[in-house]
Design a protein around this ligand. Sequence first.
Ligand code: FRU
Length: 485
Amino acid sequence: MILSRDQQLRRKAYEEIELNKDIVEQDPYRLKYHLMPPVGLLNDPNGFIQWDGNYHLFYQWMPFKTGHGAKFWGHYVSKDLVTWKHEEIALTPSEWFEKNGCYSGSAIGHNDELHLFYTGNVKDKEGNRETYQCLAVSGDGVNFDKKGPVIELPVGYTSHFRDPKVWEQDGRYFMVVGAQTSDLKGAVALFASEDLIDWEHLGMLAGGGKPPLNDFGYMFECPDLFSLDETDVLVFSPQGLKPEGMEYQNVYQSGYVIGTFEPVSGVFMHGEFEELDRGFDFYAPQTTEDEQGRRILFAWMSVPDQNEQDHPTIGHKWLHNMTIPRELRLTGGKVVQLPVQELESLRLGEAIEHKVVLNYENVKLKEVSGKAVELLLDNIQVSEGWFSITIGGAARIVYSKKQNLFSLERKSYVDGTVEKRQCYLDDLNSLRIFIDTSSIEVFINNGEETFTARFYPVPDDESIQFESLRNTSFNIKKWNLGNII
Ligand code: FRU
């Protein structure tokens, strides 16, 4: 029997999973409650949607190596955002219009069918790129029928034009696409459609050298425009920003601007860019509104070109993972992020609780240790010195009362030196910390700031140590967390 290109690619990918299953599962750095690839490399969250009762999270996937290349769309499904099932492969790069990758995109329900919009990436031998915004449709949410390109590259942009995000508003469909203008500035392009098939280019929504995003990098990836509490938020991942003080410390950034989108004219007036996360590893976030009206975000817990090949998990044939799902809210003109409430059901048993007073001390608290744990510290009072938490000897949180400065330090997986990311706080009241084997997500003051990172403790080191210079007091609860698959 002659297999189609799509069937061949699927078969090869499933063989790759089978072949490497044991080595992947034996990795001490494999995570317990974060979504990861079954083998190979995972990057952006794609097509995130609650549709027909299920949450669908697709992802950029390279099954054949722990590097980038002709991406597939892998697929996870969940009823509750907690327990996930790995579904059939959604898209393989089998056709001429996507032969170098089914790149990132989004999902929307329409006429009882799930519609995926994604970028068909095509490169010739010289590395010249073509880009097509493509459509694939499914009645069952598992098997997709490719309809091919629906948008070709409009004039005014280079072929770095990708990552369509689609939504419905006032009876019309809109799409934002990450772009680079012909004069090499990062931008977001806007399209509209009546039927999801014919798309009209309405112009540039943001960037392209227009204030306040003038001189703001050479490419915007993964745009996402949505309303939160009657304000419009544009999330995107700009490339080409230079570090400024504590900001823009990673190779590429992810953040948002807040403003007002006028759907009739397609005009978006907005303010300055704010980073979404202060840690080392956070990129290409994508959101969806679920049936409860919550705006939920997943992000890729890495950054492109940021020492990707130095992660020790490569020896176990896999690379990268998603963040935990986070609910977004707008507080005081700022987007805050909270772990979705459902994650409380990952807690195993009762909390370990302590009321802690530290005075020039370095302590371990009874039963506060572990590989997959949640810590909740509240009523934190730090006198004029500092307070720190060291996790597995390889990551450290430090809050300096004197400077009102919060830091996440980690032992670099590249050369073992200590590196840090920081931000100023008005005060430190509460910390919610999710530790999962080789990842940490810190939610400060109910999500006012977040720090997300991978880190690599010596595998058996499950220690958590608290240290203070002068007086620090807090209440702490600790839970062990279960698995999601
Ligand atoms: C962001 C990104 C997207 C692209 C995808 C390819 O990480 O570069 O712009 O669609 O990854 O995997």
